[in-house]
Design a protein around this ligand. Structure first.
Ligand code: ATP
Ligand code: MG
Length: 397
């Protein structure tokens, strides 16, 4: 806690609230990160001031989540979220509380938070408020629910994914009772919006422990998203060496799940998680590339590039290297660097050229495809005159 201090603009917000007679604390992720000795992504403040009172203290502030008591204060071109202490009513949809009550007390606010490590607050003068033993769990490197784990997951099923995501991101274990509750309540994941699950899985894939998504599947959390529960996926740990790019990581996941027979169709799996259509296409194409024989020479790489595009083939080559070893990506980069033609766009003749030779419709299309195929094998012959003469005299070939 000592080596990371909140920035001045954050302290300024805390002080302004205090000066008007309210109590205010840093809370949640930023306190956890400070205790871990890492710089927080964002600084959240909780306060006894009601949202309208926060708006009075900071006249330019924006009521960004007023129903939940959140006001965003813009200060020195940064922003801080200030949220009124709150408790939550019953949950009827396993995700959102039916009602939110503003309360005057910090401990009540902390008790609605998901894990002990996320349920700590820090006063402006450096006093840690930690009623659930978050600091001890940080020392033990352990994710543990605040309160009764089964109940907390019944309230909000997304917390099961968050538990695994934080365990992957921080390299923490999950407390036995919390893990047992995930096993017990895994089927509630089916009530979640696919986009939320996609976000959690995507963020987990981007950590240093992408294989944790295998654990999600093993626990049954992905049953509703067309993944058969199976063994762990230790081979997915190799995906950590891929660039921290969503597409690379999703493709690696799809490949591993396909190889293990845990999904029957990449497109159906990703569509059930509502991934965007470009990612679905790239991953589907990528897995089909990776399921076939590995390209063994430049023309084979060029034919793949022509069919599936640079992004998809590059991503597939990186996945292949990461998961199976080898130097596919290097070979592919050499092909790309050579500048040799692999698409119609780079062919030295165009459809208009062929039309001038009298070719039309299907015949013209077939001739272009034929010339491209020829040039892929004989890159030095991608010359206009030569290709025009070929097109005019194909019987000579
Ligand atoms: P990150 O660095 O990824 O933003 P974070 O801990 O700040 O981590 P957020 O999702 O931004 O995570 O949530 C902020 C805080 O709100 C958490 O630390 C936790 O106290 C609380 N919280 C968030 N989501 C939930 C949830 N589903 N159930 C209970 N508490 C939650
Ligand atoms: Mg946060």
């Amino acid at each position: 806690m000592d080596n990371i201090a909140p920035p001045k603009y954050v302290l300024q917000v805390l002080r302004s609230l205090k000066a008007r007679g309210y109590v205010a604390y840093l809370v949640g992720g930023c306190v956890r990160d400070m205790a871990l000795g890492v710089h927080p992504n964002d600084w959240d403040i909780c306060t006894s001031a009601l949202p309208e009172q926060v708006l009075e203290v900071f006249p330019g502030a924006r009521p960004t989540g007023i129903r939940h008591g959140t006001v965003t204060v813009d200060i020195n071109s940064r922003h801080v979220e200030v949220t009124t202490f709150r408790s939550e009513g019953e949950y009827s949809d396993h995700r959102h509380p039916n009602t939110v009550h503003f309360v005057g007390e910090l401990t009540t606010d902390l008790s609605r938070r998901d894990f002990t490590i996320n349920a700590m607050a820090l006063s402006p003068d450096g006093l840690l408020l930690d009623p659930f033993g978050g600091l001890e769990d940080i020392r033990r490197r352990c994710i543990r629910c605040v309160g009764q784990a089964p109940r907390r997951f019944e309230e909000d099923a997304l917390r099961m994914f968050r538990a695994l995501r934080f365990s992957a991101r921080l390299d923490f274990s999950i407390a036995e009772d919390t893990l047992e509750a995930i096993r017990e309540k895994a089927s509630l994941a089916s009530s979640l919006a696919a986009e939320r699950v996609k976000d959690e899985v995507g963020k987990t894939l981007l950590t240093k422990k992408p294989e944790t998504v295998g654990r999600m599947a093993q626990l049954g959390l992905l049953d509703a998203f067309l993944v058969k529960p199976g063994e762990a996926l230790p081979e997915l740990s190799a995906a950590a060496s891929l660039p921290r790019k969503a597409l690379d990581r999703w493709m690696a996941l799809c490949l591993v799940l396909s190889r293990r027979g845990l999904i029957s169709d990449v497109r159906d799996f990703l569509s059930s998680l509502k991934l965007d259509s470009r990612s679905i296409r790239c991953c589907t194409d990528g897995v089909s590339i990776l399921s076939g024989p590995k390209p063994s020479n430049a023309p084979e790489w060029k034919r793949l590039l022509c069919r599936m595009g640079v992004d998809t083939v590059s991503c597939a080559a990186r996945c292949l290297d990461a998961l199976d070893g080898g130097s596919s990506y290097k070979e592919l980069k050499a092909v790309l660097k050579s500048g040799e033609c692999f698409t119609m766009k780079h062919l030295a003749v165009t459809g208009d050229d062929l039309a001038e030779l009298g070719l039309r419709g299907r015949e013209l299309g077939e001739m272009l495809a034929f010339l491209l195929d020829y040039v892929i094998d004989y890159p030095a012959n991608n010359r206009r005159e030569l290709l025009l003469s070929l097109a005019g005299n194909t019987e000579e070939l």
